[in-house]
Design a protein around this ligand. Structure first.
Ligand code: NAD
Ligand code: USQ
Length: 467
């Protein structure tokens, strides 16, 4: 399957050109090939970027078997659009979620900028729009072990996609309660999943969402390989081992612990496991979630759960100076939400064989430095860039070079940061800006006492939105 990016105004604008293998599209850097048939606007009224989707390329439409897929954490930011995408591709999807993310919103006194509907409304809207069923099961993967085993026995999934973790680094560093919750929830959930696959005697392929943060950022001394690194042991013996873990938060540490669990259960029980080391996801809607307002994806903008590019796009649209931490010298990997869903399907379609070591992919499109991302947004929106004291204990500057060859070799043609695609997010923000609580925009979690003291002057009430 191929997606292609086009600008709605291309016919009228001679400065905008297509490329087939990547390069410059108009004045914005982007990559997409262009053999598509169907056009799906990112919003019914969009005059900006369109995402085109050729339904006849991979997945079931391309002759791949229809799969039964359980999506753990399928109510979340990545899980919901992935569930719809897999369903749209003809797979049979069961969502499992304990709605803990929605409860954390209540705990933090904030909410998704977009008005996400309850799971029941979401799945019936999808049925109405697509004619396809998605089952929703409210279950705690970390605590309700027997129900999890029974569900796997009943559904006999081919694949289980595991998104069901506490995923915010800042929330995981808030206090000892959130640190302990993050470890308990994430590590127990992953361990339960392995045990449940073994106990149910269903040969399901586990596809886990890991993070680029397991590697540390730029600690390899060169390009970060996909999961495994060649080393020379004392005595000169060559080996290829899991890349050393170097987490930067309690959350990232849980992903390192997960990686060890995957390695152990693969070795001991021949489980088939794929670990996807994903970068920061940006964007909001996908060609599926845009089909009906009741399907809208969640949009986190607050200091704990909002991730950097979506936060900057939201701030830009609301006339709020961009919240760059420190010098903005951190380099990170990025991927668009539409590609998250695509990568999951590619992983599902390419499981390791029984007995093969854990398959690891780096799920990113590109790397960018935070201050460069801020400049891109500031240039487009005219807002100022604010350099704030850094609430995090992290390197002020880092280089990052990452291999993503495995996904590209399997047909991913990744979407890269593109000012035209920013319009989709800006449109969403403008539509729902009345739902924003500006007091939630500044950082609210600090990595240690020193960082908290350095940030003491930040006043949440000082942030004003331009109406
Ligand atoms: P999210 O918080 O929006 O979604 C996670 C979902 O899992 C939520 O709906 C939550 O209710 C559910 N959940 C959590 N613990 C659970 C449990 N014990 N039982 C059942 N359900 C549970 O997060 P997201 O942004 O969709 O991220 C999904 C996964 O992708 C995470 O594992 C995260 O580490 C990984 N990831 C996310 C990003 C990103 O930028 N968002 C980047 C890289 C990796
Ligand atoms: N940052 C700012 N200003 C902000 C927000 C963040 O300068 O307003 C900086 C941070 O200091 C950090 C970088 O931007 O250096 C990225 O922060 P982030 O919150 O966007 O991303 P992170 O905390 O790393 O976590 C997110 C997801 C997590 C996922 C991870 C992928 O929440 O689930 O695992 O991205 S990665 O970063 O590749 O490890």
């Amino acid at each position: 399957m191929k997606f292609v990016l086009i600008l709605a105004a291309f016919a009228a604008d001679p400065t905008i050109a297509f490329t087939t293998t990547g390069g410059i599209l108009g004045t914005a850097t982007t990559t997409r090939a262009s053999t598509t048939t169907t056009i799906i606007p990112t919003s019914p009224s969009s005059r900006g970027t369109l995402l085109r989707l050729d339904a006849a390329a991979d997945g079931v439409a391309n002759g791949t078997d229809k799969k039964k897929v359980i999506v753990l954490g399928g109510d979340g930011f990545c899980g919901w659009p992935t569930s719809l995408y897999l369903s749209d591709q003809g797979h049979d999807v069961v969502i499992v979620d304990n709605l803990s993310r929605r409860n954390i919103d209540t705990e933090l006194g904030c909410d998704s900028l977009t008005p996400i509907q309850p799971p029941g409304v979401r799945v019936s809207a999808w049925k109405e729009v697509s004619g396809k069923d998605i089952k929703f099961v409210n279950l705690d993967v970390a605590k309700e072990y027997d129900l999890l085993v029974q569900l796997i026995k009943d559904e006999k999934p081919d694949s289980i996609v595991h998104f069901a973790e506490q995923r915010a680094a800042p929330y995981s560093m808030k206090n000892s309660k959130t640190k302990r919750y993050t470890v308990d929830n994430n590590v127990s959930g992953s361990n339960n999943l392995c045990c449940a696959v073994i106990d149910s005697e269903v040969d399901a392929h586990i596809v886990h969402l890991g993070t680029m943060g397991v590697y540390g950022y730029g600690t390899s001394g060169g390009e970060i390989p996909e999961g495994y690194i060649d080393i020379i042991l004392p005595g000169g013996r060559e080996a290829n081992i899991l890349h050393p873990a170097y987490p930067g938060s309690v959350y990232h540490a849980t992903k390192c612990l997960d990686a060890l669990l995957w390695q152990f259960y693969q070795k001991n029980d021949q489980l088939r496991i794929t670990d996807l080391h994903q970068g920061i996801v940006w964007g909001t809607n996908t060609p599926q979630t845009i089909k009906d307002e009741r399907l809208v994806n969640r949009f986190d903008y607050d200091g704990d759960y909002g991730t950097v590019l979506n936060r900057f796009l939201m701030q830009g649209a609301m006339g709020v100076p961009l919240t760059v931490y420190g010098t903005g010298g951190q380099t990170r990997g990025f991927i668009h939400i539409t590609d998250t869903a695509r990568c999951i399907e590619i992983a599902i379609n390419n499981p390791p064989k029984a007995g093969e070591r854990v398959e690891i992919f780096n799920q990113i499109a590109e790397t960018r430095r935070v201050r460069d991302v801020a400049k891109l947004v500031a240039d487009q929106t005219g807002v100022d860039v604010n350099l704030l004291p850094n609430p995090r204990q992290e390197a002020a500057e880092n280089e990052l070079e990452v291999s993503n060859r495995k996904f590209c070799n399997l047909g991913l043609d990744p979407i890269t940061l593109d000012a035209a695609l920013f319009d989709e997010v800006t449109e969403v923000v403008n539509k729902y800006k009345h739902r924003c609580d500006p007091t939630k925009i500044l950082p609210a979690s600090f990595w240690n006492k020193k960082r908290a003291e350095e940030c003491a002057s930040l006043d949440p009430n000082s942030v004003k939105i331009k109406v």
